[in-house]
Design a protein around this ligand. Structure first.
Ligand SMILES: [Zn+2]
Length: 313
């Protein structure tokens, strides 16, 4: 027997587990779509009256994925989808256009955001203003910091931290035009969160949405943000907590925090990143059913987001 075998195995296990830590929700493509998934649709029927909104969806990418998933979104009674595609890289300019055209085809269902703009050149600001004037409902998903995500950490137009590059001026533009900005930040701790807090303080009338706040994060680590900043909204991704084996917490673990800040949370699928579209959709209903409170359910499933963009609806 190779005497080095145990250490080789150990090392490869370590590398595997470190790598799995790096798989952070976010990015184009869905991955993990599981044909064997058999959800209890009674839960969906029970809560279908909520007319849910998926506030973070990348399906403008990948050859108009939103068209392929239309039937699935109908099955899950998703009323509206905040749609964009690639993020913080040149190809996002094209997928932003796809999202816009999807909105033109179906304005009742599609809410287009955009993410394709230069982070360091002045024309990035011109592009942001032009897109908002065109009618996009928000900015994002924008990579304001990324170290661990294999997708977001390598995009050409990512910022190094939430006060980097054009971001401060974009926050000001968002406040002036009253549109929200959806930020990807990983990790959700340390320097990147310190700089996010700097932004939240410096731009108190900008509506910030922090993407997938429950991915690789704990309720205890998150709580000080909504407690301190009234201009911060929280994009919660039930599919990660429920179906991604990397989640260290259960949906139940998050419910006290959601109940504490029912006006701040919103739900999304992130296009089922890492778990599959259907799992991500069903998990939204599982969370709602666990919360089992009609008033809170209405807020997080729909009203909170509509309030953010009400001027445009
Ligand atoms: Zn995303």
């Amino acid at each position: 027997m190779n005497p080095h075998l145990p250490s080789i195995i150990l090392r490869s296990m370590l590398i595997t587990s470190i790598f799995s830590l790096f798989l952070i929700a976010c990015g184009s493509g869905s991955g993990g779509d599981d044909k064997k998934f058999s959800p209890n649709m009674q839960i969906v029927e029970k809560w279908k009256h909520l007319k849910m909104i998926d506030i973070h969806n990348h399906d403008a990418c990948c050859d108009k994925a939103y068209q392929r998933y239309k039937q699935l979104f109908d099955t899950y009674y998703i009323d509206k989808i905040v749609l964009f595609g690639d993020i913080s890289e040149p190809s996002a300019i094209n997928t932003d256009e796809v999202a816009w055209n999807a909105y033109k085809d179906n304005p009742a269902r599609i809410i287009p955001f955009f993410s394709g703009f230069e982070m360091y050149q002045p024309q990035g600001l011109d592009r942001v203003v032009a897109n908002i004037k065109k009618g996009y409902f928000g900015v994002g998903e924008t990579v304001a910091a990324s170290t661990n995500s294999p997708v977001a950490s390598v995009v050409a137009w990512k910022a190094q931290h939430p006060m980097d590059g054009n971001l401060p001026q974009i926050y000001k533009i968002c406040a002036d035009y009253d549109v929200p900005i959806l930020l990807h930040i990983d990790p959700l701790s340390g320097f990147s969160i310190e700089k996010l807090e700097e932004a939240l303080k410096a731009f108190p009338t900008t509506k910030f949405i922090l993407g997938h706040v429950n991915a690789y994060n704990s309720p205890a680590n998150l709580v000080h943000l909504p407690a301190t900043y009234s201009n911060l909204y929280l994009d919660f991704l039930p599919g990660f907590t429920r179906y991604n084996p990397d989640s260290a917490y259960s949906l139940k673990d998050w419910i006290p925090l959601i109940k504490q800040y029912p006006d701040r949370f919103m739900l999304s699928t992130d296009s089922g990143y890492g778990v599959g579209h259907e799992e991500a959709l069903f998990a939204m209903y599982e969370l709602i059913d666990l919360i089992n409170d009609e008033a809170i359910a209405k807020k997080i499933a729909r009203e909170n987001f509509l309030n953010l963009i009400k001027a445009k609806l």
